[in-house]
Write a protein that binds this ligand. Structure first.
Ligand code: ZN
Length: 608
């Protein structure tokens, strides 16, 4: 037994010990977990790693520390059966596995990884000498995605040959039978020869959260294409995918773009450095971009507009040294008209530390300024006037990735004619996503506001996150507009997915309309143990769950709250009629100085 095998056996023992510890005390697993990354530097190491996984250590993690030449080695796929599907993190660190040969024309689920479940495979290049042959569900990197959870391929390249004698062959993942597949910053220059229903990225790209982005294909399928579904079958979310023939509505590029560095520049969003690299200035340059940090950064040379595209009259060249002259931004009302970045000098916070927002353009700027830098997520703002947002693009404040954590004080003002239309996006609202340390208060969105999203869609806040046990306070917020979504939406809060976060709503109301498919609530789409005081809601629209149409969640606690049109009943939740909403009776019952109403003019109690 050589040293490497000894090391792997040691890791196997560690893993077994760790799993036993996990059962008795979960925190031990958390502290020990990081140490278990197995370095792989030789073909024998890779073979031993495969044996380790196939013997039951399906969550084993590994990192390549060298390029591997698998010439002459027999190799069994990592995760060779559904029962031993790979659930770990495999980091190629920019290295290449080349000349790997797997010939199993009678076996399903064949690839470098045969079966995978919840796993991440990153920065791994499968070289042009690789030959992977299987029956159905055969992929150059993964054969078959099974079990719930997400398989992520990021920064991976495939340059080899895949032969699939039956259905669902692909350069990356043969088939998704269960869960989701996310592919980003990946490329294929290799060849797929399939029986039928084969595609470059995935032969069956199912899964409701499956996606492919920032990737390219310059390779080909020689047999087994299903109609026009050359790059993928089924319907992943697709963004910024490039194909040498522009198939399936992707962006077309030329052979010269591939060679010159132009494609690398575009894939990187017209900036440097980016995930795609390409050695250009050497005697043996790369023939295409590679997603490996071991290769050189690509720069555009010449006169560039601020968004990284060629200035008028300029033909760009590309090199591994920076030769760019950038034109200045073209700011108008605080936003660059070319690249959309916000002007850092457009508005300054006042002496109390908040940004005063007095125009629609300033509100748009504030959202863009918060989005431009994670350090801006906690900035405070206060409305100093009612705003009419007609014709002003607005993307919402914060994001699920960087939730807004500042104070947004509406100053008792109303924003109207605000439109957000993000049909496929999760976490959409005036505040797209808030951290529980945010404080949103004293704001009404008027009846002409229209907000559209997919999941976690709110009039005021789409999505809330924060530490376990934290509370988000929402005070004096009103919504009178329309919300359109698939699931998990509400006028004040779309969804708080973490059941250990509580929302406290005081003096909040909705008379808006929600058009959803399912899991909607007039005030909150999901909020596990919400507490509501002096709130009222007219339930109007679709997507309700019977009995949870005011607040969807575990046992919300109502104090002096009122509803019209709801099937939800609870202590502290009374009903009102539309006449009572108009004639001041509801106002009187709310008995809260936050509300006011000019009867005869206002059809419902408003916030002062
Ligand atoms: Zn610009």
């Amino acid at each position: 037994m050589n040293h490497t095998i000894h090391t792997l056996m040691h890791h196997l023992r560690l893993l077994l010990i760790t799993s036993a510890a996990y059962i008795s005390a979960q925190h031990i697993h958390a502290t020990d977990g990081a140490a278990d990354i197995i370095p792989i530097s030789t073909p024998q190491d890779l073979i031993a790693f495969s044996a380790l996984v196939n013997n039951g250590a399906s969550s084993a993690n590994a990192v390549l520390t060298a390029d591997l030449d698998m010439t002459g080695y027999d190799f069994t796929p990592i995760g060779s059966t559904e029962g031993t599907c790979y659930n770990g993190t495999f980091d190629g660190a920019g290295h290449t596995i080349n000349n790997l040969s797997i010939t199993q024309p009678g076996q399903n689920g064949i690839g470098l990884f045969g079966y995978a479940g919840s796993a991440t495979i990153s920065h791994l290049i499968c070289g042009s000498g690789n030959q992977v042959q299987g029956q159905a569900f055969t992929g150059g990197i993964v054969g078959d995605k099974v079990t719930d959870g997400t398989l992520t391929l990021t920064g991976c390249g495939h340059e080899g040959t895949v032969t699939c004698t039956a259905q669902n062959g692909a350069a990356f993942v043969g088939c998704v039978h269960s869960g989701n597949l996310v592919i980003n910053h990946c490329y294929n220059t290799g060849t797929v020869r399939g029986g039928r229903e084969s595609a470059i990225f995935c032969g069956w790209f199912s899964g409701s959260a499956s996606a492919i982005s920032d990737s390219y294909n310059a390779g080909q399928i020689t047999a087994g294409v299903d109609g026009s579904n050359y790059l993928w079958r089924s319907t992943p979310t697709v963004s910024r995918v490039f194909d040498i023939s522009g198939r399936q509505s992707t962006t077309r590029f030329t052979q010269d773009d591939l060679l010159s560095g132009a494609l690398a520049w575009k894939l990187n969003g017209n900036r440097a450095p980016g995930p795609f690299r390409q050695n250009l200035d050497t005697d043996s340059p790369d023939t295409h971009p590679v997603s490996s940090s071991l290769h050189a950064v690509v720069y555009a040379c010449g006169t560039l507009r601020c968004d990284g595209t060629a200035a008028e009259g300029t033909t760009l060249t590309y090199a591994n040294t920076n030769g760019a002259q950038y034109q200045p931004h073209v700011f108008d009302q605080g936003i660059c008209q070319v690249c959309s970045v916000p002007d850092a000098e457009y508005l300054y916070p006042n002496r109390q530390g908040y940004y005063p927002i007095s125009t629609p353009q300033a509100l748009r700027w504030f959202a863009a300024y918060v989005a431009s830098n994670p350090a801006h997520a906690s900035l405070d703002a206060r409305l100093t006037a009612d705003l009419n947002m007609r014709g002003i693009p607005f993307d919402g404040i914060g994001s699920i990735a960087v939730p807004y954590s500042g104070e947004f004080d509406g100053g008792s003002h109303t924003i109207d004619y605000l439109t957000i239309r993000k049909t496929d996006q999760n976490g959409v609202g005036f505040i797209n996503s808030a951290h529980t340390t945010a404080w949103i208060h004293d704001l009404t969105l008027g009846s002409h506001c229209a907000i559209t999203g997919y999941r976690y869609v709110g009039g005021i806040i789409g999505h809330v996150s924060g530490p376990e046990g934290s509370i988000i306070r929402l005070e004096r917020l009103g919504f009178e507009g329309t919300l359109t979504l698939n699931n998990n939406g509400g006028a004040i809060v779309g969804c708080i997915p973490n059941n250990n976060i509580t929302a406290h709503l005081r003096s909040c109301y909705s008379v808006g309309k929600i058009t959803g498919t399912t899991e909607c609530g007039a005030l909150s789409g999901w909020s596990s143990y919400a507490r509501l005081t002096n709130c009222y809601a007219r339930v109007n629209g679709s997507g309700w769950e019977t009995g949870h149409d005011v607040v969807r969640g575990f046992t919300p606690v109502f104090r002096n709250c009122y509803t019209y049109g709801a099937k939800q009943t609870a202590e502290g939740l009374s009903t009102f009629t539309l006449t009572e909403m108009r004639n001041g009776t509801l106002l009187q019952n709310l008995n809260d100085p936050a509300y006011t109403q000019v009867t005869g003019t206002d059809t419902n109690p408003k916030l002062k």
